[in-house]
Design a protein around this ligand. Structure first.
Ligand code: GLV
Length: 357
């Protein structure tokens, strides 16, 4: 077993820098590997930048979390020995893709293994935001239940399932990749009848996506790619599930929120930057939509008790736990370790993000 927590000694092994201890089920894949010298951040908190940079020189690989910025500074510290960066995340907005591509370094990530966990959480947030879970749980937590003045319509909210009062239910997806489609699958038994989506696919591929979804779920009356305005106007639940970055920055803005149904909820389980927080605060205060469920917020993790979204009664905020199931995190850590090993050995990565130079 080859483990070190500080600077590398010279050896014929490939030095790899790992920025979090991945636990007893996964670390042996790395530590017991005969070709690796593993340098692991020794503490149970986000890795210090200075430690990371100090340990990169001469590394063949780095296994990192969303917290590590992979930019020219880090890549240049590692230098020409670096063959692979493996991130234990599906998304990669902490990675400067141009800088990594220019240096011919491979990038591994962890798609698929977290799809179900994030789709589950997306539905959970849709339910929580619609059903006043924040205000009602606080009644119990604050010991106010015994004095609670029940009334026939107290704490009612829009029902997620179709009913005789709302026989059509429309899900709108901003971004229609794996997680969005897995979320839709969970909504079919709730009686959802319409699926609208926006996204990147070329018009050809989006029409074939629409027809294959329609064939898979015959109870859907319509599956259509639409513009943002129509999606905002027609959806009972809007799921924000597109990647972060410049192209999607504040895609949910004041103009979008103003068009939403007053009974609709907004769920964001992708990246905080897609939703303009100031606009959402205004929208919730003025009742443009019913509620919001957010697993991600711009500026996270610096979201304190005084943050207006945290104070909004109809806004449920979770601390970015979309993939936090035992199953998903074990899958992500395993895949991240496999990507790292394959990358340093010059083999194809099980999940490589193909980069264009
Ligand atoms: O947000 C989570 C991820 O990108 O894995």
């Amino acid at each position: 077993m080859s483990e070190s927590t500080g600077h590398s000694s010279t050896s014929h092994k490939h030095k790899v820098v790992v920025t979090r201890n991945l636990g007893p089920d996964i670390m042996p894949l790395l530590l017991d590997h005969p070709d690796l010298e593993v340098i692991t951040w020794p503490e149970d908190r986000v890795c210090d930048r200075s430690w990371f940079l100090a340990n990169l020189p001469g590394a063949s690989g780095a296994l990192v979390m969303l917290s590590e910025k992979i930019n020219a500074e880090a890549l240049d510290k590692a230098g020409r020995t670096l063959k692979v960066v493996s991130t234990m995340s599906v998304r990669y907005d902490h990675v400067d893709l141009d800088a990594i591509a220019q240096r011919g370094v491979k990038l591994g990530h962890t798609p698929d293994v977290l799809t179900d966990a994030v789709a589950d959480l997306s539905v959970m947030l849709a339910l929580m935001a619609g059903r006043n879970s924040k205000e009602t749980t606080s009644i119990v937590q604050n010991g106010e239940w015994p004095n609670f003045n029940w009334a026939p319509f107290s704490f009612c909210g829009p029902q997620l399932s179709a009913s005789s009062f709302s026989p059509t239910r429309t899900a709108g997806f901003i971004g229609f990749g794996r997680i969005a489609q897995a979320t839709l699958a969970r909504l079919i038994p709730f009686g959802f009848t319409h699926c609208l989506f926006t996204g990147n696919p070329t018009s050809n591929s989006s029409s074939s996506v629409a027809s294959s979804i329609q064939a898979k779920y015959p109870t859907l009356k319509a599956v259509r790619r639409v513009g943002l305005d129509e999606l905002a106007r027609e959806s009972d639940v809007v799921f924000v599930l597109a990647p972060g970055g410049d192209k999607t920055y504040h895609i949910v803005n004041e103009a979008f929120l103003k068009q939403m149904k007053k009974t609709a909820v907004l769920v964001n389980t992708s990246r905080g930057t897609l939703v303009d927080s100031d606009a959402l605060i205004k929208a919730l205060r003025e009742g443009w939509l019913w509620g919001a469920g957010l697993d991600v917020v711009e500026g996270e993790p610096n979201i304190g008790l005084d943050h207006p979204l945290v104070r909004e009664p109809r806004c449920v905020v979770l601390p970015h736990i979309g993939s936090a199931t035992n199953e998903s995190r074990l899958g992500m850590a395993t895949l991240a370790a496999q990507n790292l090993i394959a990358g340093v050995l010059g083999e194809p990565l099980p999940a490589e993000l193909k980069l264009t130079k």
